[in-house]
Design a protein around this ligand. Structure first.
Ligand code: GAR
Length: 202
């Protein structure tokens, strides 16, 4: 049975991409393979990680492609590569409803908090951890969910809680949420979805 072709979309450092690639290299993603990595920024270090791994890459920089053109180019690239599952890993552009419709039920995202708390427009990256600390919650974490046209509102697939500690900074908390939750649950959730996709087509 062929593996599910996975395309990962990134905007920055790509540590979640790295966790997925590491899982694949370790044999922990038996039903899927990352064949394409797309970034919307020329500076995204994620692209270097992908090249180092040997995955194909494409960059459609925000400053060169207006939003609609960028989405069109990303979609064309996904189709040309035969991508079946689209994985958002620190991809910081909210996708349009039309885009989501093209890959309905086959787009995953990871969010660095326990949704539905601390989600929605403007809640990304460090902003999420700043909001968590400002609100004084004692437990945060990460959520893997399917992407629908509602920002951060799709069905939840996996979550893992992380304790907020006295004296945490947004940067420190971000690192702990990544290490203890994101890098753990994302590769596992992706494998779960790939297995289901292949099971259904058998
Ligand atoms: C991660 O913490 C991810 O959860 C978050 O951006 C970071 C990207 O880091 N995503 C969002 O906030 C999406 N709303 P990475 O590029 O090192 O994986």
């Amino acid at each position: 049975m062929n593996k599910v072709k996975i395309a990962v979309l990134c905007s920055g450092g790509g540590t979640n991409l790295q966790a997925i690639l590491d899982a694949q290299a370790a044999g922990n993603l038996p039903d899927g393979e990352v064949t394409l990595v797309i970034a919307d920024s020329k500076e995204a270090y994620a692209v270097e990680r992908a090249k180092h791994f040997g995955a194909e890459t494409a960059v459609f920089d925000k400053r060169e492609y207006p939003r609609a053109e960028r989405e069109g180019a990303i979609l064309a690239s996904l189709k040309a590569h035969g991508a079946e599952l689209v994985v958002l890993a620190g991809f910081l552009t909210v996708l349009s409803a039309d885009f989501v419709k093209e890959y309905e039920g086959c787009i995953l995202n990871i969010h660095p908090a326990l949704l539905p708390a601390f989600g929605g427009k403007g809640m990304y990256g460090l902003h999420v951890h700043e909001a968590v600390l400002a609100r004084g919650v004692k437990v945060t974490g990460a959520t893997v969910h399917f992407v629908t046209e509602e920002c951060d509102g799709g069905p939840i697939l996996a979550q893992k809680a992380v304790e907020v500690r006295e004296g945490d900074t947004p940067e420190g908390l971000q690192q702990r949420v990544m290490r203890e939750a994101e890098w753990v649950i994302y590769p596992a959730a992706i494998q779960q979805v790939c297995k289901k996709m292949r099971g259904e087509s058998r």
